[in-house]
Design a protein around this ligand. Structure first.
Ligand code: KE4
Length: 425
């Protein structure tokens, strides 16, 4: 299709939608593209753009798809559900079934509330934690992202355990004044924050495996230390498992590392690719939520019938342990291939289960400051090199490759070979 048409579509998008996109990372400016991909369709591990170009997709919509694009069972479940109506604003049996699936899989859950996005789940979880503890302060970690929640859009100030400063215009300083930001994997900084602010500390919120600075595993003992610090301070431990849930293990990072949070945020995978997220924990905490309790939280499309159909279609298949054995095999093959392809090239591969990042810097990457020293220019060149060869890597160094059951050995080898070609030049 003529280049002009592409520009025409983007020009229309830019005129009607800020930046031409409905979420910033899709603009692909971080990797030097002046026009983003516009996708027409997806199938399995592949995307087709508006010009009919086909790409091997390692983004897979940022994590919701473990069976790939247009998974036949998911599509059939959604079509069947849609024939009965798309939304009722009233309870349905499928919401109860999905709640049961989450509670059965995630070790710390006794009850869950379904919402429509990870941001909404995180916002609601913070409100519940503050209500349950009657405290306002939150500890979060630099490089961890929990959606665009005002209280969590806080950047670290100077020093180690500092009161957050707004990370975006429009976030009142008063809102982030109760948010303390510590370096990820830094137990001493977290302990210092709790020692200094523990009296008023409602919760510590963390991505148990960071995915939003690139994939950074928890250092040995880090999650256990956060658990102990919360117990000592009478604060709640919140795991943001929007990415890790059902991806690093069926029960998420809390199953993989054996550390139980008080509250868990879920998203992406649990909706099977439709807008559905959730948060949950012990019943005595969750029962504080209206109408059982006095903490208000609500949503027109919460537990949407199409999203619960898609979610159940996926979650029920994840009961089979063979799924995780196969995801581990494929993730390990990708990791080994990329490591070999980049040996001695000033790069490092970090992976947990079915999420991995190729950092353009020597490893290990243990915290945000390490990740920020990656060569993002070179990452942009790698992104464009791969895109020209029909391979779509995350359009940002600070994201993950989302391995799925649609990525077979052929897709892995093709990607490894293309990466090797880039580093050989
Ligand atoms: P959403 O509101 O985008 O559904 O979820 C927010 C969120 C919460 N917690 C974690 C750990 C997350 O990774 C996210 C969202 N992830 C990003 C990509 N890393 C979504 C992509 C985007 O913003 O367009």
């Amino acid at each position: 299709m003529a280049v002009g048409t592409r520009s025409e579509l983007y020009r229309r998008a830019l005129a009607l939608i800020p930046g031409g996109v409905n979420s910033p990372v899709r603009a692909m400016r971080a990797v030097g593209l002046d026009e983003p991909l516009f996708v027409r369709s997806g199938s399995g591990a592949y995307l087709e753009d508006a010009h009919g170009e086909r790409y091997l997709d390692w983004v897979l919509s940022w994590g919701p798809l473990l069976f790939g694009h247009a998974d036949p069972e998911t599509v059939a479940a959604v079509i069947e559900a849609a024939r009965d109506g798309t939304t009722f604003g009233a309870s349905t049996e499928r919401e109860v079934e999905l709640a049961a699936e989450l509670v059965a899989a995630v070790p710390s859950l006794e009850q869950v509330r379904l919402v429509s996005s990870g941001t909404e789940a995180a916002m609601s979880t913070i409100r519940l934690a503050r209500a349950a503890t009657r405290r306002d302060r939150i500890v979060k970690f630099s490089g961890c992202y929990h959606g665009h929640v005002d209280a969590l859009l806080a950047s670290a100030g100077s020093g180690l355990a500092t009161l957050g400063i707004p990370a975006s215009p429009g976030v009142p300083t008063a809102v982030t004044a109760d948010t303390i930001v510590c370096p990820f994997n830094d137990v001493d900084a977290a302990a210092a924050a709790v020692a200094r602010y523990g009296e008023g500390l409602a919760c510590i919120v963390v991505e148990p495996v960071a995915g939003n600075m690139g994939v950074v595993p928890p250092a040995p003992g880090f999650l256990e230390a956060l658990r102990r610090l919360c117990d000592a301070a009478g604060a709640l431990l919140v795991f943001d498992e929007v990415i890790t849930g059902f991806r690093v293990a069926r029960g998420g990072a809390q199953e993989r590392y054996g550390v139980l949070p008080d509250l868990t945020i879920l998203g992406k995978l649990v909706g099977g690719g439709l807008p559905l997220a959730a948060f949950g924990g012990r019943a005595e905490l969750m029962e504080r939520l209206a109408p059982a309790g006095d903490v208000y939280q609500a949503g027109t499309l919460s537990g949407n019938p199409l999203a619960t159909a898609a979610g159940l279609s996926v979650l029920r298949r994840l009961r089979d342990p063979a799924v995780y054995a196969e995801l581990e095999r494929r993730g390990a093959r990708l990791e080994a291939g990329l490591a070999a392809a980049t040996e001695g090239a000033g790069a490092c591969v970090q992976r947990v289960g079915a999420m991995a990042t190729l950092f353009l810097r020597e490893g290990p990457v243990e915290r945000y400051e390490d990740a920020m020293r990656s060569d993002t220019e070179r990452y942009g060149a790698l992104f464009r090199h791969l895109l020209e060869r029909g391979i779509y890597l995350a359009p940002s160094q600070f994201e993950a490759m989302f391995v799925s059951l649609a990525h077979g050995d052929e897709e892995i080898e093709r990607t490894v070979d293309a990466v090797a070609g880039f580093f050989a030049d």
